[in-house]
Design a protein around this ligand. Structure first.
Ligand code: BES
Ligand code: ZN
Ligand code: ZN
Length: 491
């Protein structure tokens, strides 16, 4: 999709639909010219109270007297109460109306956003309207064949932003939208088509300046003695792939992003209940998000040094599967007793964190993982649980998260959780008990991070929408993409 900035009178623009965002109650003077050209239709509708400008209200009118075929009025609510999230939601309602009509060229007037209280926003106000609008029109259609309407329906092809004095960052907009869609596509894909080998291939296809992709296969993983990670894939015929993506565009030490990439989590011999097991295709969401962030970083030519690691594996129950009680060695030398084969994510992450520390001299490690059902229980779809050993890094992630409205929420790493993880025969066990699952799982990772500044983001709740959300439809949310990109923008 093409997004362009244009400066010409609204009435002159030729589009399938011209979007006019409005605050509550009155038609501002800036639109008098347009209103007159359109035969006073806007002021009449506002006068009749059919359209009040309430947040999220939309109204489509067939227009005459102007070059666009239709007008779409979009309510922003009260001017004094505006937030960036309200602007996103207003944009989402507007674009969803446009999408369901199958219109293809869209013009959005940005005049109303001028002088808005919002100097503290990271982006310009009109940016959020487009961001919410475009993120919301995602559909995952890859496997639909018979649904003719869906297939033939036109999609939004070109968007112009009119008279935006603040000149929104269209490159950034384009990048966050396509990275979020890329992550959602990967996570929505069924596990039979999103195996570790497929993800390795997708990673290799990501092109861009300063990008380098390396994939360690089973033999090399054995050589590195990443046996905790290997133990997870033993029950599957799909070979593990340890995927490393480097993006070097700064001389600083790298920030290492590690994404949990379990392409399907059956639980292993500690098998999960059948009810809802199909959702465990999204256990690679951390990896999908991290990969999307790398692609966007390269597309935007960000001045950062980033490395992504995706320790990809499938957790099944074949004849060679790991057993509860098995002891495995990690790359750090630490041994782990596998209490539950369903606590597989932390086994893969422990080796990935160890690998990063051994070879990459990271300035910081950020891992993103659908790690615990407890996270889902605690937060529903609303937040990412955050734990780590570096409060400065966590504060910066929190600030970036608020601006993206991809909210992180801090949880504790009490020393006592170390006791929960004591094994009778190995250095540590992989489960600290049901009651502490969210915090003790992070504590397990902390034991492998060492002195490196490290933050763990548990996205088990937020990575998958159980129902449609304002600009994130049911299914994979792609949460984390904008959080991390904002974090690097502010760096
Ligand atoms: N992938 C799951 C966590 C999960 C559950 C993510 C539900 C999304 C939705 C993870 O591998 C897992 O099974 N964790 C166990 C850990 C337990 C055995 C300590 C869990 O949370 O039940
Ligand atoms: Zn599991
Ligand atoms: Zn899992």
């Amino acid at each position: 999709m093409k997004i362009t900035l244009r400066n010409s009178p609204e009435a002159d623009i030729k589009a399938d639909v011209l979007v006019i965002p409005l605050f509550e109650e009155q038609l501002p003077e800036i639109y008098t010219g347009l209103d007159v050209a359109a035969g006073n239709v806007i002021s009449r509708i506002i006068g009749s109270k059919d359209f009040t400008g309430k947040l999220g209200q939309t109204m489509i009118i067939q227009a005459s007297g102007i070059n666009s075929e239709r007008l779409l009025l979009a309510g922003l609510g009260k001017r004094k109460e505006i937030t960036h999230e309200k602007i996103r939601r207003s944009g989402a309602k507007a674009f969803s109306a446009i999408d369901s009509l199958g219109l293809s060229t869209v013009a959005v007037s940005a005049r109303i956003f001028k002088g808005l209280p919002g100097e503290h926003f990271l982006m310009k106000p009109a940016f959020y309207f487009l961001e919410g609008g475009l993120l919301g029109i995602y559909h995952y259609k890859k496997y639909k064949t018979a649904d003719g309407r869906e297939k033939t329906k036109k999609e939004i092809g070109a968007v112009s932003v009119l008279n935006d004095e603040a000149r929104i960052d269209t490159a950034w907009l384009q990048a966050v939208v396509s990275a979020t869609f890329f992550a959602r596509d990967m996570v929505n894909a069924p596990s039979n088509d999103m195996t570790p080998s497929v993800i390795a291939r997708i990673a290799k296809k990501i092109t861009g300046k300063n990008l380098k992709v390396t994939v360690l296969d089973r033999r090399k993983i054995e050589k590195e003695k990443m046996c905790a990670y290997l133990s997870v894939s033993k029950g599957s015929d799909e070979p593990p792939k340890f995927i490393i993506i480097e993006y070097k565009n700064a001389k600083t030490r790298p920030v290492v992003l590690i994404g949990k990439t379990i392409t399907f989590d059956s639980g292993g011999l500690d098998i999960k209940p059948g009810d809802g097991m199909e959702k465990m295709k999204y256990d690679m969401a951390g990896g999908g998000v991290v990969l999307a962030v790398m692609q966007a970083a390269a597309a935007l030519n960000l001045q950062v040094n980033l490395i992504a690691i995706l320790p990809a594996a499938e957790n099944l129950i074949g004849g060679s599967a790991s057993r509860p009680g098995d002891v495995v060695r990690t790359i750090t030398g630490k041994t782990v007793e596998i209490i539950s084969t369903d606590a597989e994510g932390r086994l893969t992450l422990a080796d990935a964190i160890g690998y990063a520390n051994k070879y990459m001299a990271p300035a910081a490690i950020i891992d993103m993982a659908t790690l615990t059902g407890a996270c889902n229980m605690a937060f529903g779809n609303e937040a990412i649980a955050m734990m780590g050993n570096d409060s400065q890094l966590m504060d910066r992630l929190k600030a970036a998260s608020e601006e993206a409205y991809e909210r992180v929420w801090p949880m504790p790493l009490f020393e006592e959780y170390g006791e929960y993880l004591k094994s009778d025969i190995a250095d540590i066990k992989n489960v600290g008990g049901r009651k502490s699952a969210l915090c003790s799982s992070a504590y397990f990772l902390k034991e492998f991070a060492g002195d490196t500044p490290w933050v763990h983001l548990d996205i088990a709740g937020a990575a998958w929408n159980d129902a449609d959300r304002p600009y994130s439809p049911k299914g994979a949310s792609g949460i984390g993409v904008r959080l991390l990109l904002n974090f690097f923008r502010k760096l």
